[in-house]
Design a binder for this molecule. Structure first.
Ligand code: NAD
Ligand code: WQD
Length: 339
């Protein structure tokens, strides 16, 4: 079985679906701090079309990844072969206000998991890292061997520190197989419209904000700056469909089985879109409902960020296949269903 911490969250739930569809058995551990227990049934509803799910092949534990006793119990009760560690806090702005909560949640959960894994002789680990570890890269596209660590906020530093911890753990015990996946900007939702990104309160990220404007929950999008050094002046990012990202984890789990050692991969499309490109694409699918105003820059934002994802293609056999229209359509569909 594969343990997914944060398995009821946005990326974790899509990954649970794709792993189950690929025939893997899944255990999720989630403390519901940024998700809902109803996601469990939604995962079941999606997967039951391809496979019968029982307590033997899909389980959910509600609790905290920092809880040693609970994680140990999960390893005692299930035959865990690999862990994918999604659980963590992820809001950049909040991390500036609550650094200790971010260091505590993100670092302690990782250390706790690795300790329990060592106790049980389980050495396969996938970590959800982020393009944020590159900071403001000197050139584009970004390759995995670019310098990391010049991060501008506590959230990003937790990702950087965890990467360094994982390198030390691997150096101390080469029987570990560790894959660090650096996600670019995940957006979109499952085709069913049952699972997607559903942040509490006013969204910080672009796509959920646009979706709420398109469905009338918010009035207009504030576009943070139109004076960046990009083709239309608005910020450019590498947006990747969450289902493609989930499929990247299926490939990573397969790679772990080949005793890969420590590997780092960018998961992105290699294409950069601006904020206005996204607004225009979304307006095509929702009939022009996304109104926007240009406002000042958001502190800490960089002008441009996109991946070179050739290494994941070559070594994992993975490429992102879903286009921007699909990302917008599925986001809109999910938002309408969750009105
Ligand atoms: P999410 O908030 O939707 O999912 C995280 C899940 O973990 C939630 O269900 C939450 O309830 C749970 N959780 C948090 N702390 C926990 C703990 N201590 N114990 C157990 N469960 C806990 O976020 P997501 O977008 O799915 O992100 C998943 C991972 O990917 C995170 O580590 C995030 O930092 C990383 N990441 C996300 C993005 C992005 O833009 N979404 C980009 C790069 C990296
Ligand atoms: C995208 C673009 C904004 C909101 C963040 C984290 C990063 C990673 C992904 C976890 C930028 C613009 C946004 C809005 C806007 N997460 N924007 N109006 O900042 O690239 O990355 O999420 O690891 O670590 O920093 O994503 O979606 O917030 O912004 O104009 O209301 O949209 O300025 O150009 P970002 P985002």
């Amino acid at each position: 079985m594969i343990l997914l911490t944060g398995g009821l969250g946005y990326i974790g739930s899509h990954t649970a679906v794709e792993l189950l569809n690929a025939g893997e058995d899944v255990v999720c551990l989630d403390n519901l701090s940024n998700s809902d227990i109803s996601v469990k049934d939604k995962i079941k509803q999606i997967v039951c079309k391809t496979r019968e799910l029982t307590d033997d092949n899909f389980k959910v534990y509600i609790g905290d990844a920092r809880d040693y006793k609970l994680v140990d119990k999960i390893f005692c009760e299930n035959k865990i072969s690999s862990v994918i560690h999604f659980a963590g806090l992820k809001a950049v702005g909040e991390s500036v206000k609550l650094p200790l909560e971010y260091y505590d949640n993100n670092l302690i959960s990782t250390i706790n998991l690795l300790e329990v894994m060592k106790k049980h002789g389980v050495k396969n680990f996938v970590f959800s890292s982020s393009a944020t570890v590159y900071g403001a890269a000197k050139s584009m596209p970004i390759y995995e061997n670019f310098e990391t660590g010049a991060v501008t906020n506590p959230y990003g530093r937790t990702k950087y520190f965890i990467e360094e911890i994982l390198k030390d753990v691997y150096a101390s015990d080469k029987s570990f197989n560790i894959i660090i996946l650096r996600y670019f900007n995940p957006i979109g939702a499952h085709d069913s419209g049952l699972i997607g990104e559903n942040p509490n309160g006013i969204p910080n990220n672009l796509m959920p904000y646009i979706s709420r404007v398109a469905t009338g929950k918010l009035e207009y999008l504030s576009v943070f700056g139109d004076d960046y050094n990009t083709h239309d002046g608005t910020g450019v990012r590498d947006y990747i469909h969450v289902v493609d990202l989930a499929l990247g984890h299926v490939k990573a789990v397969k790679k772990l089985k080949s005793k890969c050692g420590l590997k780092i991969y960018n998961l992105g499309t290699g294409v950069g879109y601006s904020v206005l490109d996204i607004v225009n694409a979304y307006n095509k699918v929702c009939g022009g409902k996304v109104k926007y105003k240009i406002v000042g820059r958001r502190p800490g934002d960089i002008d441009i960020c996109y991946a070179n994802a050739d290494k994941a293609k070559k070594e994992l056999g993975w490429v992102a296949e879903r286009n921007l229209e699909n990302m917008c359509k599925t986001s809109y569909n999910f938002e309408k269903k969750n009105k």
